[in-house]
Design a protein around this ligand. Structure first.
Ligand SMILES: *[C@@H]1O[C@H](CO)[C@@H](O)[C@H](O)[C@H]1NC(C)=O
Ligand SMILES: *[C@@H]1O[C@H](CO)[C@@H](O)[C@H](O)[C@H]1NC(C)=O
Ligand SMILES: *[C@@H]1O[C@H](CO)[C@@H](O)[C@H](O)[C@H]1NC(C)=O
Length: 595
């Protein structure tokens, strides 16, 4: 516990911009690069990582504001571009990002997806849970240690802002000999080999005043482009590529490279036993590292990206280009719509949860599992009974018409029969001010009569087993969940053998009958998982660092009520830290604004 407090203070110092000792590591000779604000990736931090060198402090200024793109479409940009500037650092560097919100009349926070924020839970970027939202015209300084290597990304916490363009890559490198699979590839160029996949919508979702649930994306992009991203390779050599599904709604993407096999070496930033794949599949928020060897005839090959789920029908292409190849002809010929050789058969695709962790994961005595029953429910609730105090995804300051919620027609996804309510004040910073009657304890939801509550789980043991069951009584959807702050051991996932809906009792029957196989030894370590339709995922977490951590379904419905729980691990925030952070004073609930 003492250690924890020390680190919080350390980072607090940095945020205060006092001359913390780490400041002295900032290279002076390369400061000039910092002035390049069009793409202000801190180039001094994007370097080959070496042993025994002091970590650096990598500073970025992010101004988040609307821009009009080439095609006259409005997007929300970071420093005038979307995706935002890439962040490439070495493990143990301190990442400092000063985020300025210039989106008129809207709040903002940025989440660092996959970063465990050990010692810095107030940098996780969840409004009303870990911080006050960044109000229009103000800024917030994020500062945290890149404590674990791997492929991550950042995005606005709000699904609408993320969909409108607020996202970018975050790659944490390490000295090459420490890379588990360094022997499998020759080049790992994280700045050229990162494919950030996103969906584009015909309209700015965060500015749309009605139900956005029916708005379909009209394009898919790779690093902001739908046809033109190029990966250059030399014949005979193997390359590590980093794939990121940065879509915020329920859209798995399927990726294939013409005539090239991939070897999957990591999921969500964590190494796995290498697995060859012709096709890979990533759910929203998932990342996958693959190795591709340029072993074919010199030429140009399409990297095909197709989306499913809520983005079905849109696709993007990038190019794998052998050195010296003139790709003009490739552009003229275009892409074969159907690859007859392989097809885009998603059933044979390799996906994160089927991978095995490289190292054996430590086994602890099986704890009493916590059941989370996920179900979409048609809801005949009256608008006046919905609490609009804070609905993260709905941007709080947008004039939000309750009637736009499709609660009655398409229903709402709930956990254990409740919709998640954001606390009235950031739970991490002011736990004593969170109103008790807003809270319900996971497992004891029925004690709170309200349909919406701040769902809180306080782990009692040093291992937490969560059973997420996608009950599927009124829908056939899959749901993707993201765990903040922790890596989950995904010990099991699957579907009901007969494809039937499942209640808690039904799941327990399957479990006792031995139908729920558990991979305890090599469970993949992930922060983003899919709970398949009429299926389940069993995960374990070691709640070893303090904070208020959201386990959320980001993709459970735009313009709906959130489905999430807070895993609250005791963390006394030092007064000096809390005092240094902005108060939520300016925050006004939207129903007040409406009047
Ligand atoms: C960020 O902005 C501050 C002041 O607004 C400036 O002093 C600093 O040099 C900027 N840093 C970078 C990396 O651009
Ligand atoms: C590439 O090919 C096109 C036509 O196929 C030609 O017009 C162009 O000059 C070529 N470019 C180079 C650099 O050779
Ligand atoms: C789910 O799928 C089953 C079988 O295909 C179908 O009978 C049922 O109507 C579907 N339910 C919904 C809500 O779409």
């Amino acid at each position: 516990m003492k250690l924890l407090v020390c680190c919080v203070l350390l980072i607090a110092n940095i945020s205060d911009n006092s001359k913390a000792s780490l400041e002295s590591y900032t290279p002076t000779s390369t400061n000039i690069l910092f002035e390049d604000i069009t793409r202000n990736a801190d180039k001094s931090c994007n370097r080959p990582c070496k042993f025994n060198v002091k970590p650096r402090r990598c500073h970025y200024n992010f101004t988040v504001e609307p821009i009009v793109g080439d095609n006259d479409k409005i997007a929300i940009s970071v420093n005038g571009i979307t995706p935002g500037p890439p962040i490439n650092v070495c493990v143990n560097d301190v990442i400092v990002v000063e985020v300025k919100n210039k989106i008129p009349d809207q709040d903002l926070t940025i989440h660092w997806h996959g970063v465990n924020q050990m010692g810095t839970p107030h940098m996780d970027g969840v409004p009303m849970v870990t911080q006050c939202p960044i109000a229009y015209g103000t800024s917030y300084k994020y500062a945290f240690i890149a404590s674990s290597p791997g492929t991550f990304f950042y995005h606005a916490d709000s699904v609408s802002h993320q969909s409108d363009g607020v996202y970018g890559s975050l790659i944490v490198n390490q000295p090459q000999p420490q890379e588990a699979h360094a022997a499998l590839y020759d080049y790992d160029r994280s700045d050229e080999g990162t494919l950030l996949i996103a969906a584009q919508f015909p309209t700015l979702l965060s500015a749309y005043l009605e139900d956005v649930a029916h708005i379909q994306p009209d394009a898919l992009t790779v690093n902001g482009d739908d046809e033109n991203f190029k990966v250059f390779v030399l014949q005979g050599y193997a390359y590590r590529l980093r794939l990121i599904n940065a879509i915020a709604i329920e859209c798995p993407v399927i990726i294939q490279i013409e005539q090239h096999e991939m070897v999957v070496i990591a999921t969500d930033g964590k190494p796995v036993k290498p697995l060859p794949a012709r096709t890979v599949k990533l759910y929203p928020g998932e990342r996958m590292d693959v190795v591709v060897r340029a072993s074919q005839e010199s030429g140009g090959y399409w990297i095909k990206v197709n989306a499913g789920g809520a983005c079905a029908g849109v696709s993007a292409n990038a190019m794998l280009l052998y050195s010296g190849f003139n790709y003009t002809s490739m552009l003229q010929q275009g892409v074969n719509e159907v690859d007859h050789e392989n097809g885009l058969d998603s059933d044979s695709a390799v996906y994160g949860q089927m991978l095995e962790s490289l190292q054996e994961v430590s086994q602890d005595a099986p704890p009493e599992p916590v059941y989370l029953g996920i179900n979409r429910k048609k809801w005949n609730i009256k608008e006046k009974d919905i609490d609009f105090r804070y609905i993260s995804d709905a941007i709080p300051k947008k004039v939000y018409y309750p009637a736009s919620f499709g609660l009655k027609s398409s229903g709402v996804v709930q956990i254990n029969g409740k919709s998640f309510l954001y606390p009235n004040t950031p739970m991490l910073l002011y736990p004593q001010d969170v109103k008790g009657d807003f809270i319900c304890k996971v497992g004891e939801e029925s004690e709170n009569p309200e349909p919406q509550c701040v769902m809180v789980l306080e782990p009692k043991e040093n291992v937490l087993e969560l059973v997420l069951v996608n009950e599927g009584f009124e829908s056939n959807e899959s749901y993707t969940f993201h765990m903040h702050g922790y890596t989950m051991q995904v010990v099991s996932s699957g579907r009901h053998p007969q494809g039937k809906p499942m209640s808690k009792e039904e799941f327990e029957k399957l479990n006792q009958g031995g139908a729920v196989f558990r991979n305890l030894k090599h469970a993949p370590l992930k922060d983003t998982i899919v709970v398949p339709k009429k299926g389940y995922a069993v995960v374990r977490i070691k709640p070893d660092h303090g904070g208020s951590w959201l386990l959320e379904c980001r993709s459970c419905g735009l313009s709906s009520l959130p489905a999430a729980i807070i895993i609250n691990v005791p963390q006394k925030m030092p007064k000096s830290v809390v005092r240094s952070l902005a108060k939520c004073g300016n925050y006004r609930p939207p129903d007040v604004l409406l009047n």
